[in-house]
Ligand binder design. Sequence first.
Ligand code: BGC
Length: 846
Amino acid sequence: MKKLVTSSHDILPYETRHADLVRALAPECMVLLKNDGTLPLREPCRLALYGGGARRTVKGGTGSGDVNVRRFVNVEEGLEAAGFEITTKRWLDAYDAVVSDAKERFFGELRQEAKALGVNPLIYGMGRMAPDPEYDFPLDGEGDTAVYVLSRISGEGADRTAAAGDIALTAGEVRDILALREKYRRFVLVLNTGGMVDLTPVRDVGTVLSMGQLGSASGDALADVLLGRAYPSGKLTMTWAPLDAYPSTAGFGDPDDTDYREGVYVGYRYFDTANVPVAVPFGFGLGYSFFDLGEPTAELTGTQVRVTVPVSNAGGFKGREVVQVYVSAPEGRIPKPMQELRGFAKTPELAPGESCEVKITFDAVSMASFDPSRTCWVLEEGDYILRVGTSSRDTRIAGILRLSGEAVTRRVRSIVEKPGFEDMVLPARKLTPAERAQADAAPVIELAPEFIPCREVRPSGRPEELPLGERRAWVDVMEGRATAEEFAAGLTDPELAKLCAGDYRESDDILEIIGNASSTVAGAAGETSGKLRSLGLPTAVMADGPAGLRLSREYKNVDGRLRGSTPLQGDNLLLYDPEERATMLAAGGDDGLPEYYQHCTAMPIGTCVAQSWNEELAEKLGDMMGEEMELFGVHIWLAPALNIQRSPLCGRDFEYYSEDPLVSGVTAAAVTRGVQAHSGRYTTIKHFACNNQETNRYFSNSRLSERALREIYLRGFEECLRRSAPGFVMSSYNLLNGEHTCTSPRLLTGFLRDECCFGGVVMTDWLVTGGMGRRGSKWPCASAAGNVKAGNDITMPGMPGDIADMMEALGDDGHPYHITRADLGRCAVRVLRALRAINLVDGDMA
Ligand code: BGC
């Protein structure tokens, strides 16, 4: 039973504990890009603080990933609390004022446009950002030390752009940063961004710290790092390069069809193979110390490769290093990236002069490539070169695994049709003379192909019939007198269909449905079906992620309906007329009803969590989420999100972990383990799959080869499923080679269930069956019957039309997604099993 908090004044012990945890972990998520000796500052001082993120610090992005916290510590507050005297209050006030005006104007115009078009302003304005206004205030802060906090925000519904104020710096930012660098003896550029910015015009700045977006304790954590009370130990999980250099930039964001022509050459796989200069390599990050990597050794047991690397702290400050193992596979019939990350490990904290040994283990089978011509995974004959280092551009050859013949490691069934183009092919990169010398001196380990096992995947057949059986009550299942199958057998076809859709709130107001569809937890995104309450069947509550629990901060119970504040926070409010705002905020204001509070903790955004390269850290944050889920009565967290960061232009990259599937999968698995350590709480890995742009997100078609799909875009999900057992998977909005992912049997049943052995529940992303209208899109909406047929168990958030669609498709041979009672039963049983595992009985909810 969740507890109700009725006072907004008292800070509860868990809030302080969780903010402290975020503060303690956040430094590991920050990436020190450059340091000319300015950092750490060591003592608080008179500080000239500038930049858009100084006071208006961004704690995370917008949209469903935004967490409605009671408060969070911005940079100005954090630095002041740490003892800095801020000498630029006038600059900060002036900046604040111009931004407020600019936002009022920008969102006011959107409000008018929405009105003229007769559409909901919240939907119309989703993902839109007010451009940074022009300003030129004197840079007259006193002291000899300056910090400039550059910030960017993005979120669902819109992609980033190359323009100034987004990927590029504005003229004003460049002007001020360069002037500050000249004016102050010590100058630090801090990046409060969720992803890449192009720092070319300010490349001469000597100290650059990417603090990222760190949630509740952002400012405190930054102060700790600036002062050397903590040290940064994060490393980039995406390559930063000029936008035009990414092969994904051309053609990015087409509303209808986006061709992933670069194939497997995503991120460093491209830059390192094509030998293109980058701004900051994948895996790079400095600390306050530096580390020596000793002579690595490699050994093989069965197919497990173990690399051991001595690491010593050779600098004057404590710190942690991340050791990365890349493998260059041999040139063969299948073109291969120059190298791919196969394992990594972070040292414990090492004091100056202290050493340790890190051990990195991976399965040689993970080095296989997908051969589309034979639909199998194959290790081609030849030398697999092991490289050990501290970024993709700083490695040395540590050994060679020599495979004396080809080994097929897995035979599978095809998942997608051909995309209609051939993937880009890059010539293999030759070893440099220095690498050749290292390779010649490196130990060679023989790998015998005959001893590499080959897995065959057995496709599941048609679902078993579900004859109509005896009517059972849910309590029979909970008390062991009936199975989920027996309970399902007692349900009529319409009842089964109801279980295969979420619990829609019957409301004409889209605000009630978008990210706020739950009727038992205010501001939660949805629930499983509540239509079988007569049989005692309870509902399970789902809430976003991924940077915390997204709930209404405050709410009232008005005649059984929870009236929460979720859509009315931050810039969203500006999408309403001032009078409207006042009415909405005061809704039920003086009605004497008690107000309830849900104070959630914002954790660092996905990218920052991954940048720690620390599974233990990710697990601790997951554990914190699990605790808040228990507190607020949420059973299913709609996170982690682990789409591949294919392009820095994707508006939701900040929610995602990496351009690399191994980093993505390992991080998602650790978060999952943390959450699911709490009995009856589950994660939902999303958005499955290839949701790599926001433009026209409900109807954009990602076109790619099966090889790129498997080696890059599904691989992270597969890694996560191998290392943890998330209870739920959310299919994505987009289509994949012309078919909605949510209605793809080959993806959801063939790959996810048969190949990856996923036994949990699949749900759709919200309103994919048409709740938002088609707005002239080339592609059709998805169908709820199609979802069922594909093995997608719950259509979310669940609209009356979804159930009608299922009922029409039932028994109608002519329906494009003809389904049977057995199809419905298969999905319904999985939902029931999940509810059983969550261990809910009716009346459990507050
Ligand atoms: C987002 C999902 C989110 C869902 C529920 C969708 O618009 O794409 O990531 O979990 O809404 O809020």
